[in-house]
Write a protein that binds this ligand. Structure first.
Ligand SMILES: N[C@@H](CCC(=O)N[C@@H](CS)C(=O)NCC(=O)O)C(=O)O
Length: 207
């Protein structure tokens, strides 16, 4: 398999972490959606990353769809989303909140970075949404070193971890450790894991 996209993207990173934890061999092509846009477009007409190219050449876009595909390759006991309810829908909800945090952080970052005149209305809304989802996560956040569902790391943990890191890297000061102490401690503990260290990249802003 080939994973296209840089690890400063929370979406690319969550797929890279899952591939690594699943010990599925893959080639990483760290193409930028901006400076390598045409190369990305050759695989994904939406020109977004991640893109996962399968052995037979088929392409999957959207990180959640990739995780769904990868989970299907794994024995049930190793899958990173729980198979059974209630745990399953709870894990899906936490992963969706994590990705919501990532989405709104991307929105706000692009608004500030790419628009000559920033829309205060949109920027304020994004900031409120980021803080709102962080507050929801803070409320039920596990202790640092623990996991959201059950004894082992899962896609829900990974989604929250990569989203918090992305938000902090790209929007310094929007989320503060003093306001979200459990969430920050939990995310910091994830960043200490070997797989989070390995599948990682310092954020590079689009030129
Ligand atoms: N929902 C998508 C989001 C992917 C996404 O927004 N990726 C960003 C990189 S962080 C991107 O490609 N942005 C370029 C653009 O929107 O044109 C997923 O989960 O894969």
């Amino acid at each position: 398999m080939i994973l296209i996209g840089q690890y400063d993207s929370p979406y690319v990173r969550r797929v890279g972490i899952a591939l690594t934890l699943y010990r599925l061999p893959f080639e990483h092509r760290p193409w930028s959606v901006f400076s390598d846009a045409e190369q990305v477009r050759a695989f994904n007409p939406v020109m977004k990353v991640p893109v996962l190219v399968l052995e037979e050449g088929d392409v999957i876009v959207e990180s959640h769809m990739m995780l769904d595909y990868l989970d299907g390759l794994m024995p049930e006991a190793e899958r990173l989303f729980p198979l059974r309810e209630l745990e399953r829908h709870r894990a899906l909800k936490i992963a969706s909140l994590g990705m919501g945090l990532a989405d709104k952080s991307v929105n706000l970052f692009y608004e500030r970075r790419l628009h000559e005149t920033v829309s205060d209305m949109w920027a304020d809304r994004c900031e409120r949404q980021i803080r709102s989802v962080a507050a929801a996560l803070e409320k039920d956040c596990p202790e640092a070193g623990a996991h959201w569902l059950g004894p082992k790391l899962g896609h829900a943990d990974i989604a929250v971890g990569v989203a918090v890191r992305f938000s902090r890297d790209t929007l310094p000061g929007v989320l503060q450790a003093s306001e979200f102490p459990r969430l920050f401690a939990y995310a910091d503990a994830l960043e200490e894991l070997d797989v989070f260290r390995e599948i990682s990249q310092v954020f590079v802003a689009p030129a």
